[in-house]
Design a protein around this ligand. Structure first.
Ligand code: SAH
Length: 226
């Protein structure tokens, strides 16, 4: 809701971009994304600004793309799917994101929730993501350089937590930082393919776990930062 129409026009990737974007949205809809607000936000978020110029012409394909440092910008379908799961039809107040990467998923979330807190371990990626969000005038995001296995305890609890890298196990710190009724969306597994989980914290403090589809994410790394 915060992007102005002219934010979309500083594209530099030619006249086909609007049509290409519409095709992407049509495809996401056909693949099963059903939330109109989520599709609308993906439609107007300029994904080509989140990848290197050399890859900008592929930005509206439904595919993950490299962003340097052995990391990838997530596939648009997965961004939409995880966002729908996280929101569950509600507007969330505080959302923690682990794995800022390019900042694309962050930008999508920032237009659908009140505040986003985003943790990334690679400082260079984080700096670039920060610049992009400012460029798009998305100012309800706070960034932290740190280890996502620890979450961001000082600002907990969160109504939603989204992890965009694959964890070998569900980090216990993230469960601790989930508010009652809060939702955690996370790919879990240590192989090339993982399982997408939705974990909901019940009002009585228990956790209900839903196993969803098989996904492919880069790993949520352990250990020291560089
Ligand atoms: N949502 C991002 C996806 C980036 S890929 C996008 O669409 O661009 C996953 C990101 O998680 C990478 O940037 C990687 O550096 C980060 N990451 C991996 N392990 C992490 C950890 N332990 N803490 C924080 N970030 C981590």
């Amino acid at each position: 809701m915060r992007l102005r129409p002219d934010d979309l026009s500083h594209s530099g990737i030619g006249m086909t971009s609007q049509r290409t974007r519409e095709r992407l949205i049509q495809r996401l809809y056909e693949e099963g994304l059903s939330s109109a607000p989520v599709l609308e936000v993906i439609r107007r978020t300029p994904r080509h600004l989140f990848v290197d110029e050399a890859l900008a012409h592929r930005a509206y394909e439904d595919t993950a793309l490299p962003i340097g440092h052995n990391q990838t910008i997530s596939q648009p379908y997965m961004v939409g799917r995880m966002t729908e799961l996280l929101l569950g039809g509600d507007r969330l107040d505080k959302v923690l994101e682990i794995g800022t990467g390019s900042g694309y998923q962050t930008a999508v979330l920032a237009q659908l929730v009140e505040r986003v807190f985003s943790v990334e371990r690679i400082q260079a990626l984080q700096e670039r993501a920060k610049e992009r969000l400012l460029e798009l005038n998305l100012r309800n995001v706070v960034f932290r350089w740190g280890d996502g296995w620890e979450g961001w305890p000082a600002l907990a609890p969160y109504n939603g937590i989204m992890v965009t890298a694959a964890a070998s196990d569900v980090p216990s710190a993230l469960l601790d930082q989930l508010a009652p009724g809060g939702r955690l969306v996370i790919p879990v597994g240590s192989g090339a393919e993982q399982q997408l989980l939705l974990i909901v914290r019940e009002p009585d403090g228990g956790f209900r776990r839903h196993a969803l589809e098989t996904v492919r994410f880069v790993p949520l790394l352990q250990g020291s930062l560089f």
